[in-house]
Design a protein. Structure first.
Length: 507
């Protein structure tokens, strides 16, 4: 299969809001792919290459200066081989080897092909082809029951291999995929609500639990063998020996646990999320100890609990993990739920998750059985630049560069602006058109992808918090930033400051 066919399908999927149309387009693409191409195709669509981490960052890709091909020549196999070379590069000379591979791939790709590949490598592809849509497309292409595909995907943790099994195997092969200790499964996800009271109206009687600003972990144990995995199913066992030791001491032989981990400071409060995540990609640091909190159990000593109600799973969890259980209460009382939420926020955590006690564990899916509640923070920031969109947003100025005021000049010129992040989320077609009309008169300079602006527009941005980041001069980056709306009523002097945002680092 040619890469251009995948690009055309991705553009079609991005251009439509119809779920059925997305499924049909993706199903046709999967049907046209050879069996050995399916994992690569699925990996690109989900921006999670089958090889895992490629060792490629936005700086390396942004620094490339190449002339793209005028005609499509790349196959899916060509891309897979290049991704393999990137992932395997290590040791002395690996940076140069990766750059050479990127230059070769970018030169052979057309401009539109490279745009898709770059976003896939950086995990920033936005086609609407998320897991649920792609699972339904696999079912459509293979003629298998959607429920069977979803279950095989959640229990194998590998949607690419599920596609191979569905399209080339038998119905029995798909049904035989089961829960296996040592093989991570896709985690269950939560929808959102504005308040604990609103969440209880969705779930009914529920377990109301702390939502930590930590990292999701899934832990498997078979005897003394323990494996620890991230929410993306990456194996981090060798990075977290303290968690391994804790799980080895639990009163069970076989276990699959779901939970979170973070590091505590000297006062017992949570350290910033970025510090916890640094442990996943670096050698063990004795100065940063991780503590686990477990909130679910999927298997214990030969007994699968996926299809059991949460009330049953919690009873087993309490018996097995004891002090390592996530704080929470079981209630249908809104006042009790609101009280626990306030306690979590005072302790420096994000909020609460409200989980219906009668619900099974729906691995890999975001339903109404779990509902997260955390306060939304809004800040008025200044637009510094905008990047040209791609796909359905081609021709429009889209991704915003956002800055905060620095009145004291702590991070630059007094009264200047410090970049704190980017976002394209929350922009309607109307806003995209407005930006494309209004921004050019304020242009100070431009690159191939970005128009830099004279500071003028103040925009209200909702965020979930901030995290430490060496990428920006202020040392922080916004988390899950999205546009709420422009504030023509506010001047630049009324924008929020970098010091205000940095104050969020400690809870």
């Amino acid at each position: 299969m040619m890469l251009s066919e995948l690009v055309s399908t991705a553009d079609a999927v991005t251009a439509t809001s119809s779920r059925l149309a997305k499924i049909e387009a993706l199903a046709q693409l999967l049907s046209n792919a050879d069996a050995d191409e399916l994992p690569t195709v699925v990996g690109i669509l989900l921006a999670t290459p089958r090889q895992g981490r490629l060792g490629v960052g936005w700086r390396g890709i942004g620094a490339l200066d190449v002339t793209h091909s005028d005609t499509p020549t790349l196959s899916i196999d060509d891309v897979d081989q290049a991704f393999g070379s990137l992932a395997q590069a290590s040791g002395s000379g690996s940076a140069g080897a990766r750059t050479a591979t990127l230059v070769s791939l970018a030169t052979r790709a057309t401009a539109t092909e490279w745009d898709l590949l770059a976003r896939a490598m950086l995990g920033e592809l936005r086609t609407g082809a998320l897991g649920g849509v792609l699972q339904d497309a696999i079912a459509r292409a293979s003629g298998r029951a959607p429920a069977a595909v979803r279950r095989a995907a959640m229990l194998s943790g590998d949607l690419g291999e599920t596609a191979v099994l569905a399209l080339t195997g038998t119905e029995a092969d798909l049904d035989d995929v089961g829960l296996v200790v040592g093989r991570p499964v896709l985690p269950m996800l939560a929808s959102t609500a504005a308040t604990p009271t609103a969440a209880l109206e969705i779930t009914g009687r529920a377990s109301v639990e702390y939502k930590l600003d930590g990292a999701r972990i899934q832990v498997h144990r078979h005897g003394d063998e323990v494996g620890v995995y991230t929410r993306s199913l990456a194996d981090i066992t060798h990075r977290v020996p303290e968690i391994v030791e804790i799980v080895r001491g639990l009163p069970a032989h076989d276990l699959i646990l779901d939970g979170e981990t973070l590091s505590l400071d000297e006062d017992g409060g949570p350290r910033p999320f970025q510090e916890t995540m640094s442990r996943f990609g670096a050698d063990v640091s004795r100065d940063l100890v991780l503590r686990p909190w477990f909130f679910d159990v999927l298997h214990v000593d030969g007994r699968d609990l996926l299809d059991e109600p949460l009330s049953t799973r919690l009873a087993e969890l309490e018996r097995v993990v004891g002090e390592w259980r996530m704080p929470g209460i079981v209630t249908d009382d809104p006042e009790a739920a609101e009280r626990l939420s306030r306690e979590a926020l005072i302790a420096g955590h994000e909020g609460v998750v409200v989980k219906g006690v009668d619900a099974a564990y729906a691995a890999g899916r975001r339903g109404k059985s779990w509902v997260k509640v955390k306060p939304v923070l809004t800040f008025d920031l200044v637009v510094l630049a905008a990047e040209w969109g791609s796909g359905r947003r081609a021709g429009w100025l889209s991704n915003l560069h956002l800055g905060a005021l620095d009145p004291s000049g702590e991070f630059g010129e007094p009264g200047g602006l410090v970049m704190v992040g980017k976002t394209f989320k929350g922009l309607s077609d109307e806003l995209l058109r407005w930006q494309t009309e209004q921004f050019p008169p304020l242009e100070t300079r431009r690159t191939q992808s970005t128009v830099f602006l004279r500071p003028h527009f103040v925009v209200e941005i909702a965020i979930d918090g901030v995290q430490r980041s060496p990428r920006y001069p202020g040392g922080i980056a916004l988390r899950f930033a999205r546009v709420k709306g422009y504030r023509p009523d506010k001047t630049l002097a009324e924008a929020d400051t970098i010091q205000t945002l940095r104050a969020l680092l400690r809870g």
